[in-house]
Design a protein around this ligand. Structure first.
Ligand SMILES: CC(C)(COP(=O)(O)OP(=O)(O)OC[C@H]1O[C@@H](n2cnc3c(N)ncnc32)[C@H](O)[C@@H]1OP(=O)(O)O)[C@@H](O)C(=O)NCCC(=O)NCCS
Length: 149
């Protein structure tokens, strides 16, 4: 496993809103064959990736919704920085955060053709919970919660 020594993971703030929007776009527009990302990414002090999760309700449910107590995750790394361990480190940090918050799990939705993301999620312990026409809803179960969804 490659561990880039020049990348640090820090908590995003409202000042990162612009970058988070760009990353949200990449998370949605993952298929680079259809719409290549247009980012000039550097590392030193310049953001190269973001991951976050948030809780939804049945009324605001997104594709990856499983339950109101299970936050849904989104992640993207700028194209130029992919494949060097940043995504995994972001994921691991979020999982750590979820454990700290005693979350019972993290969910997400991924396009069934997005093999890079699928492999990353599976290698981190996410498993398919259900599926729609686009791809699986995956759940990482955390801890021992008898009433898990
Ligand atoms: C998915 C994404 C976040 C991964 O980030 P990354 O920094 O490139 O990932 P990493 O380098 O940390 O690799 C993590 C794992 O992803 C998988 N992976 C990464 N690149 C891969 C490739 N070219 N082929 C197959 N699997 C790959 C591997 O399982 C890898 O683990 P390993 O290095 O131990 O084998 C990144 O590719 C991305 O931003 N893609 C576009 C947005 C997106 O798809 N978001 C998710 C939407 S659900």
């Amino acid at each position: 496993m490659r561990v880039p020594s020049d990348v640090t993971i820090r908590r995003a703030t409202s000042e990162d809103a612009s970058f988070l929007r760009r990353m949200l776009f990449d998370a949605w527009q993952w298929d680079t064959d259809r719409e290549p990302p247009k980012y000039d990414a550097e590392r030193d002090g310049v953001p190269i990736g973001a991951a976050w999760y948030r809780l939804f309700t049945q009324g605001t449910a997104q594709r990856g919704y499983i339950a109101e107590v299970v936050p849904e995750l989104a992640i993207a790394v700028v194209d130029s920085a992919r494949g060097s361990g940043t995504g995994r480190r972001l994921m691991e940090r979020l999982v750590e955060q979820a454990r700290t918050e005693s979350r019972r799990g993290i969910s997400l939705h991924v396009n069934g053709n997005n093999q890079k993301a699928l492999r990353m999620y599976e290698s981190l312990g996410f498993a398919e919970s259900c599926r729609d026409a686009i791809g699986p809803v995956m759940l990482l179960s955390l801890g021992d919660h008898p009433s898990d969804p």
